[in-house]
Design a binder for this molecule. Structure first.
Ligand SMILES: Cc1ncc(COP(=O)(O)O)c(C=O)c1O
Length: 342
């Protein structure tokens, strides 16, 4: 796996901590025991509250600077964490930043449209553009770039979620970091559970594990698409990423699993299981998840534990990919049970 030759700017606080979730694991244990749940804290990467995009942006901003770009533009849903971290990375590098925000949920309230990540986009100096929901957001982004001064010669377009073969290298790197960290700590990881959206995190992780010859199974929990479509998307991107970093063997489709049962009513709309998951993590561990990605992913992990997918004593790593700034865009959804009872 040859990541060293790729352009990269250091933006993230790495390595992120790998920690046991002791109270959570104890709470999940049944009479016959239960798995040991660990957490990889990619919510602690830095860049305006942290998250998975910091790793991808190291390679994407490396490519932008390599092209001599003076500005970057990207797209995402209104409460995009990727837009927020791109805005923060651009601020750090002195680049102009445009974010195109799609109204993917139809939520009309001010908190959703102006607070949370949107507030942070603006605070970091990004120019916010908006558009209604559409299927071809990367085309909308290209149109935006073409209309900006200097067009694509001056403005580097970063795809939604930072998910192309450049951005996914950040997670190939994360796979190597995680395995090295586990080895140093004498931890045998039996499974990794992560949120699967624009697919760069999932694809990069699978590719990175493949590149270092690790057999650790990765369980993706979808936040939007059905399992079959999401698995196909992850496989395509994983193969493109493997090609970029020069892996000789193809990525195997059998190693790509997506569970779509925790999406709930739709992208960006919390399900009951999302609310339970966010509350559980906060109440037992004091760790903040988010309403769109990690809340659904952790609901998936809880569901898999209840179904007995993991045996007692197995070590399961939950990848915390960030996003808690979006909690402030969802007032009223997540009040703690204790506060409600008062
Ligand atoms: C907090 C958070 N977690 C997970 C994801 C999913 O990662 P990916 O889009 O690489 O599949 C995202 C994507 O935006 C995110 O913001």
């Amino acid at each position: 796996m040859d990541l060293e030759r790729l352009p990269r700017v250091r933006l993230a606080h790495l390595p992120t901590p790998l920690e046991p979730l002791e109270r959570l694991s104890a709470a999940l244990a049944g009479p016959g025991g239960g798995p040991e749940v660990w957490i990889k804290r990619d919510d602690c990467t830095g860049l305006a509250t942290g998250g998975n995009k910091a790793r991808k942006l190291e390679y994407l901003m490396g490519a932008a600077l390599d092209c001599g770009a003076e500005a970057v533009a990207t797209q995402g849903a209104t409460q995009s964490n990727h837009a927020r971290q791109t805005a923060a990375a651009a601020a750090r590098l002195g680049l102009e930043c445009h974010v195109l925000l799609e109204d993917r949920t139809g939520f009309a309230d001010t908190a959703y449209n102006e607070n949370g990540n949107v507030l942070l986009d603006r605070l970091c100096g990004a120019i916010v553009h908006r558009c209604p929901a559409r299927d071809d957001m990367d085309t909308a982004l290209d149109d935006l770039v073409a209309g900006l001064p200097g067009g694509a010669d001056r403005v580097f377009a970063i795809p939604g979620g930072g998910s192309n073969a450049i951005g996914a290298c950040g997670y190939a790197n994360a796979a190597a970091e995680l395995v090295a960290q586990a080895e140093e700590g004498g931890l045998d990881i039996d499974a990794i559970v992560l949120a699967s959206g624009s697919a760069g995190t999932h694809a990069g992780m699978v590719t990175g594990l493949h590149g270092i010859g690790s057999q650790i199974p990765v369980y993706g929990v979808s936040v939007r698409a059905g399992s079959a479509a999401q698995e196909a998307k992850v496989l395509d991107l994983a193969q493109a990423t493997a090609d970029r970093i020069g892996l000789p063997d193809p990525v195997e489709a059998a190693g790509i699993r997506v569970d779509d049962r925790f999406v709930g009513p739709g992208y960006g709309i919390p399900a009951e299981s999302t609310v339970e998951a966010v509350r559980t993590m906060a109440e037992l561990e004091g760790i903040l998840l988010d309403p769109v990605y990690t809340g659904k992913c952790f609901a998936g992990l809880l569901g898999m534990v209840r179904e007995g997918v993991f045996r007692s004593g197995e070590r399961v790593v939950f990848l915390h990919t960030g996003g808690s700034s979006a909690l402030f865009a969802y007032p009223g959804w997540f009040e703690a049970k204790r506060a409600q009872a008062a």
